[in-house]
Each structure stands twice: as structure tokens, then as C-alpha cells.
Ligand binder design. Structure first.
Ligand SMILES: Cc1cc2nc3c(=O)[nH]c(=O)nc-3n(C[C@H](O)[C@H](O)[C@H](O)COP(=O)(O)OP(=O)(O)OC[C@H]3O[C@@H](n4cnc5c(N)ncnc54)[C@H](O)[C@@H]3O)c2cc1C
Length: 322
């Protein structure tokens, strides 16, 4: 029997998980608009520094996710991130913060796990899929420059909710969600880190967290690579501000609460995540067998890597049952 042709939009953890599951039964092709795989499990590098500017770390609570991770832990592609976590108050006062679970990171960079999982999959990067159209009984995909990407029996989107709506049109019913934005400020110093903590949750400040990326396993600990995430409530109000202005506010606040002077940094940049996180109560599969469309990502569950992975598995199983 002829294998079903499936197109997956997005090469983050969702897209790669689904492709790995379905490739035994179908002909699967992933289209990714960025230059590489990983999506929000991403890393920005330069000569001296590496910054995981999306997700910082993840936990594994279910047996299924632990079993999936086990070979990557054995091969040291995923390792615990160990060190002291703290809370920082508006006046700079530091108090202990307890990590009750093991916090895991991909090694040597956050995007390395998706890169490993992507081996053997058919992925085309730097291709942004445009809204899809029906041709006879098949879905025709084009990129945003109008180039033909082929016809497919089934299409799965792992893009954010509003982008999925745009790609699939109104007939595909999905829930409304409010995705929260976040700015990621990246700062590099060529000297080693001077403090005894590696992660800080900041209270009552435009800064939500400070993560010492150079303290993660198998990173360059001779330098200081810091990722600073802004608080979503503050980000929403400043989403369209000039990035230099945002950088100034965040670096001023960083100096006030920690004394770290980003003006003396050897590297500084900022990334605007328009769709960073969601906080959903309920997990729900979006699969329309008549339209031959499906969608999954954190907005169908919540923004934990483990839950996103579980939903991608669940959706794949529903498709295999089909
Ligand atoms: C700042 C930040 C902090 C976070 N913190 C945590 C945390 O502490 N713990 C945790 O577990 N999770 C956290 N997350 C969430 C976690 O990263 C995501 O839930 C998870 O990575 C989502 O994976 P995904 O594959 O579903 O989506 P994504 O990783 O977003 O992948 C979707 C992919 O689709 C591509 N795409 C979109 N539209 C198109 C198109 N038209 N054509 C082609 N490609 C397209 C995108 O480029 C992207 O690569 C955080 C995320 C961010 C940004």
C-alpha cells in the first residue's frame, strides 16, 4: 500500500517527535522557517559565548518521558544542571531558592537534543510555509515566496496557535489562547562568574529570571554567559518598544539588583519572543480526520517540554490508530 505523505510545519521538539513516531508508517517531511532545528529549545552562539535564549532547563516527572530521556542521559546528551538557585528581591536582597527536582539541560547546547533526534529525518530548513490550500483531495504547500513544496495527504502544524490558525484557515477549529511574550537578554563577559549562584528568580521587577548559561554542563565555564528573561506582564506592555530601549531598562535593573554592569560586557544582544509561554489548564488534541489536519505545541497543553513531548506522542498515536 502507498505510504501516506505527511507534512509537518516546525522542527521544534513537537515536530521532531511526531516525525520520529510517524516515519515508520508514512512519508514524513518537516518544513522549518529558521536556519536550524530546535524551535524554542534554541541556542545562540558566537566565538566566545553560547546562550540558550529560550527554555533554560526542563524536568521529567512521568515514566514515559524519563524512559525517552534515558538513552540521552546515558550518552551524556542530556545532563543535570547543578548549582545554587536563589530569589532576588527588588532591593537586591538574596534568599535561597530550593530546586526539589532534577533540572535537566541538553548538552552541549539546548538545541543539541533536537539535533540528535533529527538525525535521519527529512527536514528542510529556512522555509516558511504559507497558508495551505486544497488541490483535489490533497493539501498543497507553498513557501511564503510562492515556491511549490508539494502535495500532501495530511498536514500537522506545530506553530503557535495564531500562526496555525493563519496556516490552516477558519475551518480547522482550535481553542483561543493567550501566549505570553518574553525578551531574552544575552550578556557575555570574558571573565569567570563571580557569584556563588547559577540561577535567580527575580521578584517585582521587569526581569523575571537570570540564568548563568556558562554553568551548565559541558559549556565554557572560563567565561560568563548570562541569559536574562523579562517578566511577561512587563513584556506585554513593551513588546513593540525599540530593542535598544528594552535592553537599557533590563541592564539598568540588572545593575540595581545584582551590581552586574552590562555596559562592561564583551557581548550583548536581545531577542524578542512574541510567543514564549502559555499557562493552560487543560490538554487537548487538535486533530480533524476529515480535513486531514492536526496541530500540537505547548498551546495545546502547557509550556513544559515534558508535556509538549507527551502531547506530540499522543497526537502521533491517534494518527497511527487512524
Ligand atoms: C523564553 C522561554 C522560556 C521558556 N521556559 C521554559 C521552561 O522553563 N521549561 C519548559 O519546559 N519550557 C519552557 N519554555 C517553553 C518550551 O520551550 C516550549 O514549550 C517548547 O520548546 C515548544 O516546542 P514546540 O516544538 O511545540 O514549538 P517550537 O519550539 O516553537 O517549534 C515550532 C517551530 O515551528 C516553526 N514555524 C512556525 N511557523 C512556521 C512556518 N509557517 N513555516 C515553517 N516553520 C514554522 C518555528 O520556527 C519553530 O521552530 C520556554 C520558552 C521560551 C521561549
Amino acid at each position: 500500500m502507498k505510504k501516506m505523505k505527511i507534512a509537518i510545519i516546525g522542527a521544534g521538539i513537537s515536530g521532531i517527535t511526531i516525525a520520529s513516531e510517524l516515519q515508520k508508517f508514512s512519508e514524513v517531511k518537516i518544513f522549518e522557517k529558521s536556519r536550524g532545528v530546535g524551535g524554542r529549545m534554541s541556542t545562540r552562539y558566537n566565538e566566545d559565548f553560547a546562550f540558550d535564549h529560550g527554555v533554560q532547563c526542563f524536568t521529567a516527572r512521568t515514566k514515559a518521558f524519563q524512559k525517552f530521556l534515558q538513552p540521552f542521559i546515558v550518552s551524556e546528551d542530556v545532563l543535570p544542571w547543578i548549582g545554587k538557585a536563589v530569589n532576588i528581591d527588588i532591593d537586591g536582597k538574596i534568599s535561597p531558592r530550593f530546586w526539589f527536582e532534577t533540572h535537566l539541560v541538553a548538552v552541549p547546547n539546548m538545541n543539541s537534543l533536537c539535533k540528535k533526534m533529527a538525525i535521519g529525518l527529512d527536514i528542510s530548513t529556512s522555509i516558511e510555509v504559507a497558508p495551505i490550500t486544497k488541490e483535489d483531495d490533497l493539501w498543497n504547500l507553498k513557501d511564503t515566496n510562492g515556491n511549490d513544496l508539494g502535495n500532501f495527504d495530511f498536514v500537522i502544524s506545530t506553530a503557535p496557535q495564531s500562526q496555525t490558525k493563519n496556516l490552516f484557515g477558519e475551518n480547522f477549529k482550535i481553542k483561543e489562547v493567550n501566549m505570553q511574550p518574553c525578551f531574552a537578554l544575552m550578556i557575555g563577559f570574558k571573565e569567570r562568574w563571580q557569584f556563588d549562584w547559577i540561577f535567580a528568580k527575580v521578584r517585582n521587577n521587569p526581569i523575571k529570571l537570570i540564568a548563568l548559561n556558562s554553568s551548565k554542563p559541558k559549556r565554557n565555564s572560563q567565561v560568563t554567559s548570562l541569559v536574562i528573561h523579562s517578566r511577561s506582564s512587563w513584556t506585554r506592555e513593551h513588546l513593540e518598544d525599540n530593542l535598544d530601549d528594552v535592553m537599557h531598562v533590563l541592564t539598568d535593573n540588572l545593575k540595581n539588583i545584582t551590581g552586574i554592569d552590562a555596559n562592561k560586557a564583551d557581548y550583548k544582544s536581545i531577542h524578542r519572543w512574541r510567543y514564549a509561554l502559555v499557562n493552560e489548564e487543560k490538554s487537548e488534541i487538535f486533530l480533524d480526520k476529515n480535513l486531514k489536519l492536526a496541530a500540537t505545541s505547548d498551546w495545546t497543553t502547557n509550556s513544559r517540554i515534558e508535556d509538549v513531548w507527551l502531547m506530540a506522542k499522543k497526537l502521533s498515536e491517534s494518527l497511527i490508530e487512524k
